[in-house]
Design a binder for this molecule. Structure first.
Ligand code: GLU
Length: 286
């Protein structure tokens, strides 16, 4: 496990501007700023907008408005992932040069049909179809311009990485960390470079946590399993592994995680109804 060279605690809040922030985001943000305060460190804001179709500039402005309303502040300039595609392409090239990525030409429906297992998020686990294409066919299909994405050869990657551990802290961030083993093999051969985009969430997040010298990552428990994959990528790319905290999730009345896609009430709508930042904190038990 790599130790972070910087002693100065740096945390980050990294929302995607594909909708308005809701109470789940507010909880994550407040927990992160509070953790930074407990550690005597700083929280950076990073806008995770690599999905150019779903992310919108007006949602970026709304993130600034909502966080400022909650009484939070952050150093500027803010890092925007959409401005860093060349940096992610370089990281992808490092993995390609190490023979750890392979081109995959499968469509979503082909994968759904061939998959026999699911990943920790419940999505079909890629059955490895294109891992076995010979070099000639790969080149022919790339030259022909077939839609392609690049996947991690997880078996080769695991063989390269060996045993992986990382440190996890509880809600009292300053407590002694627990050491945990990462099991990234549960994700199979994940896509690291998507059709038309030289990156994916998993690749960008590890590159940027390192670029911003993040020492502690606070994120929801729904991201716990994905962290195993991030620890593997950090090892393969020679990047440091931050300390992780997995906070509780804010659930709706039906016991489900709040989500933009499910129309969970936005902070803006609560504000319009007369909620104050103190009401938000109280509703979240903070
Ligand atoms: N952009 C991700 C989200 O909004 C960030 C999660 C993370 O890396 O901690 O869920």
């Amino acid at each position: 496990m790599s130790k972070h060279p910087s002693k100065n605690p740096v945390l980050r809040f990294a929302p995607s501007p594909n909708g308005r922030l809701h109470l789940g985001h507010a909880f994550s943000a407040l927990v992160t700023w509070r953790a930074a305060e407990a550690l005597g460190g700083t929280t950076l804001l990073r806008i995770e907008d690599i999905d150019l179709e779903r992310c919108k500039p007006e949602f970026v402005d709304a993130i600034y408005t909502d966080l400022a309303w909650l009484g939070l502040d952050w150093p500027t300039p803010v890092m925007l992932q959409s401005e860093r595609l060349d940096v992610y392409a370089d990281a992808g090239n490092l993995l390609r040069d190490a023979d750890l990525l392979y081109p995959c030409f499968c469509s979503r429906s082909q994968i759904a049909e061939a998959a026999t297992e699911t990943d920790p998020d419940g999505a079909p686990l890629y059955p490895g179809t294109c891992r076995h294409l010979d070099r000639g066919e790969q080149i022919e299909r790339l030259e022909r311009g077939d839609p392609v994405q690049f996947r991690l050869d997880s078996q080769a990657a695991m063989a390269r990485a060996g045993m992986l551990t990382f440190s996890v802290v509880g809600p009292l961030i300053t407590d002694r960390p627990q050491i945990r083993y990462a099991k990234p093999e549960r994700w199979g051969d994940v896509v690291l470079q998507r059709k038309g985009t030289p990156t994916s969430y998993h690749l960008s997040v590890v590159v940027d946590d390192a670029a911003q010298a993040i020492t502690h990552v606070t994120r929801g428990r729904d991201m716990e399993a994905a962290t195993d994959l991030h620890v593997l990528l950090q090892m393969l790319l020679g990047l440091p592994t931050p300390i992780y905290n997995f906070h509780r999730l804010i659930l709706d009345d039906a016991g489900k995680k709040l989500a933009k896609s499910k129309g969970s009430p936005s902070l803006a709508s609560l504000r319009e109804q007369g909620w104050t930042p103190a009401d938000v904190r109280r509703a979240l038990g903070l």
